[in-house]
Ligand binder design. Structure first.
Ligand code: HEC
Length: 143
């Protein structure tokens, strides 16, 4: 009697194991195929979330009148040169070319990096978040 119960119990455990393995395999397949479809890194995805949260409110090119310049293609662009925007004199006259380094410095504290800019953004102090944000800006600058 005890032996029978034990046997049933073992079969039940075995059943769980099989189901567990099947579930594990399904999750693995889903994770792999998800990775294939996605062409962006987790860093870029994180940066996009920060952008949507903190930048898109002004940098929104779907708005009727541009509140801020378009940032598509900003990496490699000379500061203050997006055609449809009237920049501050400070930005327009600066010799900045936007790169990973200059964007990082500007976004850390816009008015410290470029006194006279009228970008109404306090700055992003967190180094990791800034790196993610810049990775996203690089991503939307790729041809
Ligand atoms: C309150 C509105 C506002 C917010 C929020 C904002 N910006 Fe700006 N941004 C501007 C304005 C206005 C300018 C033009 C500044 C100037 O002319 O001095 C600008 C300029 C820039 C430039 C220079 C672009 C060029 O063509 O030279 C970059 C890069 C930039 N912003 C990135 C960002 C990022 C990244 C964020 C989010 C962390 C952000 N901005 C948040 C309004 C904003």
């Amino acid at each position: 009697m005890v032996e029978l119960e034990g046997g049933a119990g073992m079969r039940r455990v075995a059943g769980w194991l099989v189901r567990g393995a099947a579930l594990g395999a399904a999750v693995l397949v889903a994770a792999c195929s998800g990775e294939e479809e996605k062409t962006v890194s987790p860093e870029v995805t994180a940066g996009e979330a920060i952008y949507k949260d903190q930048c898109a409110v002004c940098h929104d090119q779907t708005a009727a009148a541009a509140v801020a310049p378009d940032l598509t293609g900003v990496v490699g662009r000379k500061a203050g040169t997006w055609k449809d925007f009237v920049y501050s004199t400070a930005m327009a006259n600066s010799d900045i070319v936007w790169s990973k380094e200059t964007l990082d410095a500007f976004l850390k504290s816009p008015t410290t990096y470029l006194p006279g800019t009228n970008m109404g953004y306090f700055g992003l102090a967190d180094d990791t978040q800034r790196a993610e944000l810049v990775a996203y800006l690089e991503h939307i600058s790729q041809p």
